[in-house]
Design a protein around this ligand. Sequence first.
Ligand SMILES: Nc1ncnc2c1ncn2[C@@H]1O[C@H](COP(=O)(O)OP(=O)(O)OP(=O)(O)O)[C@@H](O)[C@H]1O
Ligand SMILES: [Mg+2]
Length: 422
Amino acid sequence: MDANAENTIRVLIVDDIAETRENIRKLLQFESDVVVVGAARTGIEAIDVARETEPDVVIMDINMPDMDGIEATEAMLRDVPFAQIVMLSVNNDSDYVRRAMRAGARDFLAKPPSGDELISTIRSLSILAHEQKSKLTTPLPQVASQGPAGRGYTGSLRPQGKIIAVYSAKGGVGCTMLATNLAVGLDTDDTPSVLVDASLQFGDVAVALNLQPKNSFSDLATRADELESEYVEGVLLRHDSGLRVLAAPPRPEMADEVSANQVRKVLQFLRQHFAYVIVDTSSTMDDITLAVLDVADNLVALATPEIPSIKDTRLLFDLLGVLEFPKERIFFVLNRTDRRSGITAEAVSEHLKFVVDGEIPLEERAVSASINRGAPLLINDRSNPVAKAIINILGVLKERLVAEAEGTDEEDEAERSRLFSR
Ligand SMILES: Nc1ncnc2c1ncn2[C@@H]1O[C@H](COP(=O)(O)OP(=O)(O)OP(=O)(O)O)[C@@H](O)[C@H]1O
Ligand SMILES: [Mg+2]
């Protein structure tokens, strides 16, 4: 195997114990795309070897003579900024993990790692290394060296994901029903997604998915300043479909302890790890909901074809205008449409001067059975008219998200922090 070939994954092993270095080398020897380009016994030696060999991935022990793995990580990244560092330690004390992540480490594995986890970690990090390397070698524009300070512990393992808020100015119009189904539909191997219940007081996403909320938003909020992947992974619930879920706190009074800033930080963290972060919200326009809108890239706004809902939607659109939420990032859905109601989507569009992007028919029995059973229609009854309507909506929404993503590079990043920089 050519160690310099473009797709080769160059690995450096750093450990003071010869046997550990050898064991890791053995675990990697049959991987045709992986080449161990060097090994080092101490932190200082590791920095020198990294400079010479320019590894994509470094497997780094924490406790070593002369300089520990955390200091070595920080120093190494100044010379080889694209290197992705995986810490190996018997000690997974959260203080260690936090320090390592702050120094710029990308992942943490318990010692001794299994072959599978080691290889899959190396493979996923190598993609990032290759991307960063190609950016660094592109002569224009000038790329700032990504020293440790620039590689916060929330360092992205994937390109920045999209935060999609599902909101209605009026309660009870179907946000949870739509958010759960959209999340199930958006979550694929290529676009892993997480559904967040930001209706903190009386959120019912977990119920709608028949999940036992062992952990909740509160567990991340209290640690919002020091989130790290392994911990977050443990807090998220997993739906049978594979979708990850962040449940609302189990008791309404616990919602009071969650601040708007914490909500912002949690969502920003999740977007580093998921392609789509779908957020179900409460219709109360409080500081929590404002925080969600502040960081959201897209908004799925929901209404029903009834006068009170339409009136409140007009107020919502006015408010979004004041907040300078880009109009083209709003996806407007009319739920519970019924030929007999007398108010058509066209009439709503006309009245609000806003295009209705999707319609979901009224289907009392099927929807309420699906919510009560905790079984989203998109999984359990795809031939149902509501499921069909949502599948249509998903198609249009996905197309829009992809088109936006393709255009995003040219957009000014400053637009992200457009809303209330409080
Ligand atoms: N298309 C539909 N047809 C019939 N019933 C529907 C439809 N969509 C939602 N519902 C019903 O409306 C009720 C409210 O739905 P849901 O809980 O999703 O709304 P919500 O906006 O999240 O409410 P909340 O403000 O309480 O969070 C549920 O009982 C659900 O069964
Ligand atoms: Mg709800």
